[in-house]
Write a protein that binds this ligand. Structure first.
Ligand code: G3H
Ligand code: 13P
Ligand code: ZN
Length: 306
């Protein structure tokens, strides 16, 4: 069943766990999230980026997610991830497909981000759609050359408080040192947990962690064994994710780990069954790898059986 982002995240706050938000862009990614959610009896968020919409179409993805949601009792939310194009965000709000949209104004000056977020919140709420916004800019701690630069990019607790109150957004993405993609750290996984604790103390809006993929060792090993060249890939460690949830993160975004899992499953199947040219067979292999990874995330985030 479809539900709303605020109700899902309020329950997560009450139960002190986080809900996984998984990027989907085709039938197999949607099937994998729903299969994992049913197997774990866990709520889940299915999200489409602007690139996913360009790839598969808003209506196609929306209709598929709604169809799957209708057939399950598991609470699901359909969400627009990293909306930057105002026109596309408005289209998503008006489409009736999305329960929530993210407006990502992180590349804009703070005041402009605040102003545009307010405008989008007003339009979205008028149609019963929730809004995730972002304050600070998601970037890896190792990307900053000085403490000053790091402070300028990572989320300021005071600014997060002002932003949450002024915009009335329903969820807030914070920058504490994670970044998107498969190459997050050269050395150890480092996140600014002190900053997260400060933000949580001040901000009552549910907090979102982007760039949270872990690059699971076993999946990376399989992908590499069958030809993927991702030796330097490194993600957020499982203990760091557990700590972030303990400190108050309630929505966790995962895309990269599903990409690696799909890649590993397809590569393994094609290598082991070179005679089998049926795409349904190699896609099923990739889909199964994704389902296993999503199930592990649900257990890690504490949303299983919730
Ligand atoms: O945060 C970004 C997501 O990983 C989506 O990536 O824009 O390539 O679909 P994408
Ligand atoms: P990863 O690249 O770590 O999976 O992050 C995905 C994300 O934040 C989508 O918004
Ligand atoms: Zn993101």
């Amino acid at each position: 069943m479809l539900t709303t982002l605020p109700s899902l995240l309020a329950r997560a706050e009450h139960g002190r766990y986080a809900v996984g938000a998984f990027n989907v862009y085709n039938l197999e990614t949607i099937q994998a999230v729903v299969a994992a959610a049913e197997a774990e009896r866990s709520p889940a968020i299915l999200q489409t980026s602007e690139a996913a919409i360009a790839y598969a179409g808003m209506e196609t993805l929306g209709a598929l997610v709604h169809l799957f949601a209708k057939k399950t009792k598991i609470p699901l939310v359909f969400h627009l991830d990293h909306g930057k194009n105002e026109k596309l965000i408005m289209e998503a709000i008006k489409s009736g497909w999305y329960g929530s949209v993210m407006f990502d104004g992180s590349a804009l000056p703070y005041k402009k981000n605040l102003k545009l977020t307010k405008k989008i919140v007003k339009a979205a709420h008028a149609r019963g759609v929730a809004v995730e916004a972002e304050v600070g800019a998601i970037a890896g701690i190792e990307d900053f050359v000085s403490v000053k630069e790091r402070d300028a990019h990572l989320t300021s607790p005071e600014q997060a408080l002002e932003f949450a109150i002024e915009t009335g957004c329903d969820a807030l993405a914070v920058a504490i040192g994670t970044k998107h993609g498969a190459y997050k750290f050269n050395g150890d996984c480092q996140l600014d947990f002190e900053r997260l604790a400060e933000i949580k103390k001040l901000v009552k809006t549910p907090l979102v962690l982007h760039g949270a993929s872990g690059v699971p060792a076993a999946v990376k090993k399989t992908a590499m064994k069958f030809g993927a060249k991702i030796a330097e890939a490194k993600g957020v460690s499982d203990p760091a994710i557990k700590k972030a949830v303990k400190l108050g993160i309630r929505k966790i975004n995962i895309d990269t780990d599903l990409r690696i899992a799909l890649n590993a499953g397809v590569r393994q199947f094609l290598t082991e069954h070179p005679e089998d040219i049926d795409p349904r067979a190699f896609l099923a292999s990739g889909k199964n790898e994704m389902t296993q990874v999503i199930r592990q995330k649900m257990r890690l985030f504490g949303s299983s059986k919730k």
